[in-house]
Design a protein around this ligand. Structure first.
Ligand SMILES: CC[C@H](C(=O)O)C(=O)SCCNC(=O)CCNC(=O)[C@H](O)C(C)(C)COP(=O)(O)OP(=O)(O)OC[C@H]1O[C@@H](n2cnc3c(N)ncnc32)[C@H](O)[C@@H]1OP(=O)(O)O
Ligand SMILES: [Co+2]
Length: 136
């Protein structure tokens, strides 16, 4: 079941500049960066309990964030719900007609499993569901 709002993601064209903004200007706790190869995305996390801000930036200039930034200068990119059983939640939502962007969960940040629901299934909002890895 869905247990928390894991993170709110912001797409940024300049990752270091955005990290400085949230770290210095907003004085948030900077957890660090992680390149998620499978997602072709560089991430930076700022815990703001009980959730986090995730900055997302193209990895090697490629991937879904690069495509997003071709059309927009940045912006709120997605929200992520945390699940304690991602397979169960995916099956339940598929049965309700939600369109998923992949058949199976894939590797996400912090050794998590992630899957995305198409924005058109959620009133124009890109929704990610993740199941944290054991170490997080
Ligand atoms: C997994 C690592 C990390 C983590 O948390 O662990 C991450 O979160 S990585 C985040 C980056 N990965 C993804 O975003 C994967 C899922 N995204 C996709 O598959 C695509 O970006 C997709 C399908 C949402 C959009 O694909 P694409 O840009 O190629 O298609 P279009 O440009 O034609 O867009 C189709 C339609 O969707 C609207 N759109 C696109 N992006 C978003 C968005 N972020 N939020 C809301 N809506 C979005 C776009 O405007 C088009 O709408 P339309 O009305 O048809 O014009
Ligand atoms: Co995310």
């Amino acid at each position: 079941m869905i247990t928390a709002l894991d993170h709110i993601a912001i797409a940024v064209p300049e990752l270091e500049k955005a990290i400085a903004r949230f770290k210095e200007d907003f004085q948030l706790n900077f957890e660090g960066t992680e390149d998620v190869q499978d997602a072709k995305t560089s991430t930076a996390f700022f815990p703001v309990p009980p959730t986090s801000i995730e900055l997302v930036h193209p990895l090697n200039g490629e991937g879904p964030i690069a495509k997003y930034l071709e059309k927009k200068p940045g912006g709120l990119h997605h929200i992520c719900f945390r699940s304690d059983n991602i397979e169960e939640d995916v099956a339940r939502l598929k049965a309700k007609g939600y369109q998923f962007l992949s058949d199976e969960p894939s590797p996400g940040a912090h050794n998590s499993k992630v899957i995305f629901i198409h924005p058109k299934s959620c009133d124009g909002v890109l929704v990610e569901i993740n199941q944290p890895g054991d170490d997080h």
